[in-house]
Design a protein around this ligand. Structure first.
Ligand code: NCD
Length: 307
């Protein structure tokens, strides 16, 4: 029985199949309306979330299934000191599949080792966030047609931003991609991604602090929020939080078909005035996320012999 902890737990063939299923769900939603009848998804979220938790829950309802939920560790036995391992073991006796978000890197892996049902990592600390990447990939595919030959700018908090780490891990396996890593010095991509993924696979990339200079070369601009909750002190956060703010003025130097993405929530990184630009794709990402989560739930429940 398989869990999805990291985006590399899925092969490129499987990711392509998930995108094909998601596209089919978009065109024929009724065909899937009873696929998970009487099955239960447990959402265990020990960190704040709007989109990820609700899209998992909406996904399960749209597949005809049910949802049980812990939202906020303060309401669960985690607040009494229960371990992630014991929580996972317990919840897997009630549910057919678990989606879990936790502030500690590696928590989803620990849960998967004790769970008797598939566990999907919905974000573990600053480490990774595979289902956001599935949403991102479907968005790029639908907007650009393919991944081949794209120059992808990743901007903001590349150190703590888990969505960026997972996206790099996925896109590098498609080949033909070039990255521009745009961040303040203090928030550069960690070595375990830069060296072990980009350098090791000979992926072309450049690092810069200058968003305006990078802008004209980009096919995708992936903005991220500075991850306040992962900083050791508030002073550093306040100093760095508004380093990059995308405005309609900055959009003028971008390609006419550049795609602006953001996993959301945004704070100040993208001015609301950019929302009306046809190149703004971040609310499309939200929608695509639900369809990819539906496809993933279906795949894992089938594999586990539960549907
Ligand atoms: C992201 C996350 O939780 O990592 N949000 C999300 O799931 N869409 C990005 C963020 O919180 O900045």
């Amino acid at each position: 029985m398989r869990s999805i902890i990291d985006i590399t737990d899925l092969s490129i063939t499987e990711i392509d199949a998930l995108m094909a299923t998601a596209s089919d769900i978009i065109t024929h939603p009724d065909d899937y309306a009873d696929s998970c009848r009487r099955k239960k998804l447990a959402t265990l979220f020990f960190e704040p979330s709007t989109r990820t938790r609700l899209s998992f829950e909406a996904a399960m309802y749209e597949l005809g299934g049910n949802v049980i939920s812990v939202a906020g560790g303060d309401n669960s036995s985690a607040a009494k000191g229960e371990s992630v391992a014991d929580t996972a073991r317990t919840v897997s006796t009630y549910a057919d599949i678990i989606a879990m978000r936790h502030p500690k890197e590696g928590a989803a892996l620990v849960a998967a080792q004790k769970s008797t049902v598939p566990v999907i990592n919905a974000g573990d600390g600053g480490h990774c966030h595979p289902t956001q990447t599935l949403a991102d990939l479907l968005t790029i595919k639908r907007e650009k047609g393919s991944f081949e030959g794209l120059t992808v700018g990743l901007c903001g908090d590349l150190k703590f931003g888990r969505t960026v780490h997972s996206l790099i891990n996925a896109l590098t396996r498609y080949g033909g991609i070039r990255f521009v890593l745009i961040s303040p010095e203090e928030l550069k991509l960690p070595g375990y991604v830069k060296n072990d993924v980009l350098k090791k696979n000979g992926i072309p990339y450049e690092q810069t602090t200058d968003l305006a200079a990078a802008m004209p070369s980009l096919d995708i601009l992936y903005m991220t929020r500075v991850q306040r909750e992962r900083f050791f002190n508030e002073e550093d956060y306040l100093r760095l939080k508004d380093t990059y703010i995308l405005t309609p003025d900055k959009m003028r130097s971008a390609k006419p078909d550049m795609c602006v993405m953001h996993p959301l929530p945004r704070v100040n990184e993208i001015s609301v005035a950019v929302d009306d630009d046809p190149r703004a794709c971040y609310f499309k990402q939200v929608e695509n996320g639900k369809y990819m989560r539906m496809a993933l739930i279906l795949m894992l429940l089938k594999e586990a012999g539960r549907i």
